[in-house]
Design a protein around this ligand. Structure first.
Ligand code: AMP
Length: 307
């Protein structure tokens, strides 16, 4: 009899899907020996992410390594399982693909699409703020990706610049789905920033899809002004500002009236009155500024293993 806890049984019972295009190995159980490991790409709360290449297909991926001990310590089995189920099912150009997973005695490995451009957050820190064209392109990409996710009954609830990655063409990719599903938990709310959360979420009230629409308003503001709209010295002050929707538009930098109009229609306390994702995509500021290809900058698509 298989006496392993349910989670590990689940992992074995669901062979990971192969990186595309690599259909020849669809039923294969992956192991670390199938990958060449490259440079570290970053460090998250539960492990590290490495550049990797599947040896046979030469397909480049990002391999996220999570320590089982951490998952057990924080009792996150269900959340991780949900992340994997949700993200594996999502297929959208602006949603980071999860190709599959495997595990060994101590670690879980997630085989992720590689986002060559890295974190959007770093781009924003470098340039302080984005042009209206860039901001509108990112907001349009986010609105399209979220419309797709909401259509599949997935609410992200944790959209923030750190969870947004860029591919080699500067196209935005939403990452970190599973953790967002557990983002209601008090622990997460108290540890993380409140800046991107809708009033009903900071108050721990019931909420629906429109929490993501609020967050698009916060991001649009931050993309254009370089700081989130309700930033304050303390979490308590941010909380107060969010609850009052204490929104103001500084005179500098100069931002178009149309952009401010869009932000004002998203940062609305009554969640039923927030602009819908469809209306965001039809908003004149988006229509006039967003690049229909969703690409803001072309990065060189060099072989990452050659560095
Ligand atoms: P995470 O554990 O998901 O927070 O990831 C830690 C860091 O690794 C991120 O902040 C990114 O800089 C990097 N990273 C994660 N996933 C990817 C990916 N798919 N492609 C490129 N870099 C990534």
């Amino acid at each position: 009899m298989d006496r392993r806890p349910g989670f590990w049984k689940f992992m074995s019972a669901h062979p990971p899907r192969p990186p595309e295009p690599a259909p020849r190995i669809s039923t294969k159980q992956w192991s670390i020996d199938d990958f060449e490991i490259g440079k570290p790409l970053g460090k998250g709360k539960f492990g590290r992410v490495y550049l990797a290449r599947e040896i046979k297909s030469k397909y480049v991926v990002a391999l996220k390594v999570i320590f089982k001990q951490q998952i057990e310590k924080y009792r996150l089995h269900h959340q991780l399982r949900r992340e994997m189920e949700i993200q594996t099912d999502l297929r959208h150009p602006n949603v980071l693909r999860l190709f599959g997973w495997f595990h060994d005695a101590t670690r879980i490995f997630l085989i992720l699409e590689y986002a060559h451009g890295g974190e959007l957050y770093k781009e924003l820190s470098k340039s302080h703020r984005f042009s209206e064209r860039q901001a509108a392109t990112y907001i349009a990409s986010l609105a399209q990706a979220l419309a797709y996710c909401h259509g599949k009954h997935v609410i992200h609830r944790d959209i923030k610049p750190e969870n947004l990655l860029l591919d080699h063409e500067g196209r935005l990719k939403i990452a970190d789905f599973g953790w967002s599903v557990q983002s209601e938990s008090k622990r997460r709310t108290m540890c993380g920033t409140l800046d991107y959360l809708a009033p009903e979420m900071v108050e721990n009230k019931e909420h629906d899809y429109s929490v993501d629409n609020w967050t698009l308003g916060v991001l649009c503001y931050e993309f254009l002004y370089g700081v989130p709209p309700f930033e304050a010295e303390s979490q308590r002050d941010t909380f107060r500002r969010i609850m009052k929707v204490d929104l103001s538009f500084p005179s500098k930098p100069a931002v178009s009236t149309e952009a401010k109009n869009l932000i004002s229609q998203l940062l609305v306390k009554d969640s039923s009155k927030r602009l819908s994702l469809q209306k965001i995509m039809e908003h004149p500021w988006i229509v006039q500024n967003a690049d229909p290809m969703g690409s803001c900058s072309k990065l060189h698509n060099t072989n990452p293993f050659s560095n």
